[in-house]
Design a protein around this ligand. Structure first.
Ligand SMILES: NC(=O)c1ccc[n+]([C@@H]2O[C@H](COP(=O)([O-])OP(=O)(O)OC[C@H]3O[C@@H](n4cnc5c(N)ncnc54)[C@H](OP(=O)(O)O)[C@@H]3O)[C@@H](O)[C@H]2O)c1
Length: 315
């Protein structure tokens, strides 16, 4: 820690001042931390500097300033672009990497940092910028437990709830992506419903109560099907895929009737039909899990899970 540690609860570096990084630096300043910041576009630091943050002239200076550096960047391509020229400043530092990544990218990033004597704690923040600094917001971490325990007050300044999932730096990235697959597809389903409603003269606000009721009901569906899926049960006793495909087609045709983009409902129908072709017509639509657990086209190696030598995912 630097010499300001006696006056502040501590001092922390924040690299990356997008909406998340700015909220994090702000939350730390609110709690009396000394904050050093660096951002590619320096002007994004103006408000924070006005509140007492120190703008470092380079990533290396920012990292050298404090033991802990929060990384809040768009992706690991950005992380590498920022850290590589600063590699010599990394010895004995703790990188709190809150940048979205695949599990393999997070593991490779941790290995790369370890090569320069730094420790990476990977974090998946389950909050929007407005939740940063709030007691109910949560972040899942993985990586060295010792670093998590030692810097817990900093972590709790960012989100009130924190959990250490294990030593594997990829675990928190995996948990984050598991949340995001649900978040992105669910939000997209809402945009889709709004587009369909709009084509029928309705506003988002008009459908909000019904959309909310549907969204709220999902938790009980998750719980019901999770138990059966884990037990390998896809019995068609409460729903059948044959019913599901007919329903999904009604959704698709309502879109084509309204003249709106039907990419998403068509993809749903495609999955349901593939389930039928795989012989699951009489099973529950949960049987689609078995389909989704394999690549759509087994002859296409794709790029899933493959990582370049420098640890970045092939896209
Ligand atoms: N926003 C959310 O609601 C949310 C919620 C949970 C998690 N996250 C995750 O948190 C991370 C940060 O989120 P955000 O919304 O603040 O992201 P963002 O808007 O993408 O901004 C992140 C920062 O990355 C910097 N950056 C991007 N490419 C760079 C490069 N090649 N070299 C140097 N800097 C580069 C940007 O610098 P410039 O200012 O110069 O462009 C910016 O400061 C992301 O990984 C995101 O997935 C976001």
């Amino acid at each position: 820690m630097n010499s300001t540690a006696t006056q502040h609860p501590g001092s922390v570096t924040v690299i990356g001042l997008g909406p998340m990084g700015r909220a994090m630096a702000g939350a730390l300043l609110d709690r009396g931390y000394g904050v050093t910041v660096w951002n590619r576009t320096a002007s994004r630091a103006d408000d924070l500097v006005a509140r007492g943050a120190v703008l470092a002239p380079s990533p290396a200076d920012a990292i050298a300033a404090n033991e802990v550096a929060i990384l809040s960047l768009t992706d690991y391509v950005a992380v590498r672009a920022v850290l590589e020229p600063a590699a010599q400043a990394l010895r004995d530092k703790v990188l709190l990497n809150l940048t979205s990544a695949t599990p393999e990218e997070a593991r490779a990033g941790a290995r790369w940092a370890a090569g320069y004597g730094a420790v990476q704690l990977t974090g998946g923040v389950n909050s929007s910028p407005s939740g940063i600094g709030q007691p109910d917001s949560a972040t899942l971490y993985s990586g060295p437990r010792e670093a998590f325990d030692r810097h817990r007050p900093v972590l709790e300044a960012l989100t009130g709830r924190v959990e250490h999932q294990g030593e594997d730096p990829g675990l928190a990235a995996l948990s984050y992506q598991l949340g995001m697959v649900i978040f992105w597809t669910s939000m997209l389903s809402f945009w889709q419903a709004v587009a369909l409603a709009r084509a029928n003269g309705l506003k988002a606000a008009d459908i909000l109560p019904y959309a909310t009721e549907t969204a709220d009901s999902l938790a009980q569906f998750f719980a019901f099907y999770a138990e059966r899926i884990d037990a390998g049960v896809h019995e068609g006793d409460v729903d059948r895929l044959a019913m599901g495909v007919a329903s999904a087609e009604h959704v698709l045709h309502t879109h084509t009737e309204a003249g709106v983009d039907s990419t998403l409902p068509a993809a749903v129908v495609d999955l349901f039909r593939r389930g039928m072709e795989a012989g699951h017509a009489g099973d529950s639509f949960s049987s689609l899990v078995e389909l989704l657990a394999k690549p759509a086209d087994p002859t296409d190696p794709g790029t899933d899970g493959r990582v370049r030598e420098d640890g970045l995912s092939l896209r």
